[in-house]
Design a protein around this ligand. Structure first.
Ligand code: ZN
Length: 281
């Protein structure tokens, strides 16, 4: 079920689900609070969505993030609980599209659960870009950091997710807030890491916002519910306090990349300065 946004058509393109440690997903929030919203499995992991976003405009066919991808060995499939009920190419096919139809890929950042579907292992065992006709938009500083990560985030970056894209000359490096296609802006928001970019889509006065890991699930809408993975939690909190009220006041359609049940919805201001999500059905 897609959504119309002005002259644009939006669709959630799922790459299945995976699992991460519940404590790491909720940082300093006590388990007695988060387990009510996201019950953990026997390994203390919570199920997370891999919701990429397809944006069809009169100008481009854009995919925001590419999921976790299919290059995983059985050991890691088990470790991350990767379940491909569907993949990005399969989800595109359900809409009558192929990877060749994508003209722009936006990587919010290059962590493996966002850029894993950038590439795939072809039948000749070589790694290739999944979207052969697309330019891949990423912040140049994020790319530079991915190639030289530090100990704190090294495990999140896998060169196989970008090296084939670079070798094919398909990267479109940007710096700062940029309109990458008419009506589609990348908006860097610091907090999860240094250079994650959210995506703001606007057509005929309507706005959609792809939060990436700034607000990964509806459970992360409360300002202080930030992930243990976040490099700059206080800065992230400040950015949420700025952006979430704006999302509510301006009626943005919000996309929650890792929510397993509610990929998109409207944020509404409730009592006591708290915010809730009205799911899109
Ligand atoms: Zn993520």
């Amino acid at each position: 079920m897609g959504q119309t946004l002005g002259a644009f058509q939006l669709d959630i393109i799922s790459d299945g689900t995976f699992r991460l440690d519940g404590g790491a997903m909720f940082g300093v929030v006590p388990r007695v609070l988060w387990e009510r919203v996201m019950p953990p499995d026997e390994k203390h992991r919570v199920v997370l969505g891999l919701n990429t976003l397809l944006v069809r405009t009169p100008y481009d066919t854009i995919l925001v993030d590419t999921g976790i991808g299919t290059k995983w060995s059985p050991k890691y499939i088990e470790m991350y609980g990767i379940a491909h009920e569907t993949t990005v190419p399969q989800s595109l096919a359900a809409l009558g599209l192929t990877p060749e139809d994508i003209t722009v890929v936006i990587n919010t950042h290059l962590h493996f659960d966002h850029a894993g579907g950038n590439t795939y292992r072809a039948e000749d065992a070589r790694l290739r870009p999944t979207f052969p006709k697309a330019r891949y938009v990423v912040q140049r500083a994020e790319y530079d950091h991915a190639r030289h990560p530090h100990e704190r985030d090294r495990a999140s970056y896998l060169p196989e997710d970008w090296e084939p894209v670079a070798a094919a000359g398909q990267f479109d490096f940007v710096a700062g807030e940029v309109e990458v296609s008419p009506g589609v802006w990348v908006v860097p928001v610091r907090g999860h890491n240094d250079f994650t970019q959210c995506v703001r889509i606007t057509s005929h006065g309507q706005t959609a916002f792809y939060w990436a890991d700034i607000v990964p699930t509806t459970a992360h809408v409360p300002f202080a519910w930030v992930m243990g993975y976040d490099l700059y939690p206080v800065e992230l909190l400040e950015n949420k306090k700025r952006l979430i009220p704006q999302a509510a006041a301006e009626g943005w359609l919000n996309i929650f990349e890792h929510d397993p049940r509610c990929p998109w919805g409207y944020i509404v201001a409730g009592d006591n300065g708290k915010y809730a999500v009205q799911p899109v059905t």
